[in-house]
Design a protein around this ligand. Sequence first.
Ligand SMILES: C[S@@+](CC[C@H](N)C(=O)[O-])C[C@H]1O[C@@H](n2cnc3c(N)ncnc32)[C@H](O)[C@@H]1O
Length: 518
Amino acid sequence: MLRRLGRLLALIDFPHPAGVHPLVSCPITASEGCFPSALRVQSVMTDPELSLYQPPAVTRGMTVLDRDAFTQTVVVPAIRIPTRILNRLVKSLKKVALQRPGLKRVVDDDEGKETDGEHRLLLLDPQRIKSAESFSQEESAALKALGVEPEIRHYPLKLTYENLKSEEVLRAVLPEGLDVTSGFSRVGHIAHMNLRDHQLAYKNLIGQVIMDKNPGVTSVVNKTNTIDSTYRNFQMEVLAGENDMVAKVCEENGVSYEFDFSRVYWNPRLSTEHERVVSMLRRGDVVFDVFAGVGPFAVLAARRGCSVFANDLNPESYKWLKHNAKLNKVDSKVTTFNLDGREFIQGPMRERLPDLIKSSGSSSAIHVIMNLPALALDFLDAFRGLLRGGEGDPNPDDHVLPRLHVYGFSKEDEPERDVLERAELKLGTSLKGRSEVHMVRNVAPNKEMMCVSFSMPKDVLYGEDRVEEGGSLSLSLSLSLSLSHAHTYTHKLILYNLCLFAPGCSEEPSPKRPKYET
Ligand SMILES: C[S@@+](CC[C@H](N)C(=O)[O-])C[C@H]1O[C@@H](n2cnc3c(N)ncnc32)[C@H](O)[C@@H]1O
């Protein structure tokens, strides 16, 4: 029967009515023998731009998901293969075989039934196979070698919601021409989306589709504000599924974390960065994690054999930080604090540093991690004069001093230079020759997340410039540094004029206006 249909199709090129997409066949509410539309396959086969699925018009603008409305019968090319060589040939034709979620690509052949199932049909991708000539040389050779005619048949295929990809469903629903991007971050059972304005009218349907199409996702949430809260957590709205925000994340390295995603900071895109920094640590090293969150650096470092002092201001992060240390059986290696970062540096860290510096050397090192990119660089002045006049050697070797890894966002053209200069400005000294800058990731158009790593200069820790909590930097020193680092004429001029009023500010000649800058 199918062969007869195929022959018929090869002869007829039906015109399709205006406004009807040539590929659109009939909704499945009609019987499978709904051939008038299936006959339009001729046009389908000649238009490479068309995708297999062209949604029924009733799906456009849908806001409550009606899965049945997506069902459709399309006609796809197929090749008839003797069952005994099926496996061999399917392997040779795998590049052109139809690939669809939940669909079998090898189906019974009506005629095969008559001949005791000696033949099956392999369904082919209509984008790749339009006629017998579409097969590649290798594919044609494989067919020839096994004695199979490359004759293309036409198979009416029932596509249901289950066989569609999420983009296909959303493209069918959302207004034509608008972006349907359905990307999300996965945090345990939660899919976390960031919908655009034009998608909001369809938000619950989008959530449901994401849940249907991604096994293991049982909750879909949408971010409802930008991440500008103190604790760096998102406000979110549940679009579909359960309202359980306590997620369990199992990382590839065998570490698990649990936390309430609605109340703490967690970014699945940082796992490479966590591993990069922790790979620099050695067993026996000491780590101070100033903005630890729920512990992705701290727990990983402790698992590597380091002693960790981890701090976070958010009481909820602190709770899960302790929980995660326990969960990963490193609670004896992680001491936790619930303090402001500056208090942590000037309190618990300051108390421990003299002894640690005394005992650190070739076998162990001290690391300080500061991952709060919007603000961490501003906390660096807390190290100025931190150990001045205290216990311990006031003149230790450079290599025993802490190594810092400080994160910062930059929107400048030269983000490496920008974050390094901001670090120098806050420390009141140059980091020339003792720092590295790493680009972590692009967080938004023209906004980079950077990490500056450097060994803390002795003169910062033991120098004069003790800055108490809430205190200000030495104005003259800051101005001198910024003046020597300013790149634009305007910037230089402002700083130069401020310097004139700051006693002790280094005297640089008045900046010259370059020709190209106004
Ligand atoms: C960007 S998150 C980083 C968390 C974790 N280190 C990571 O890599 O995923 C910054 C963390 O700093 C905490 N935080 C914000 N302000 C703080 C402050 N002043 N002192 C200490 N922690 C703070 C937030 O609660 C948040 O957990």
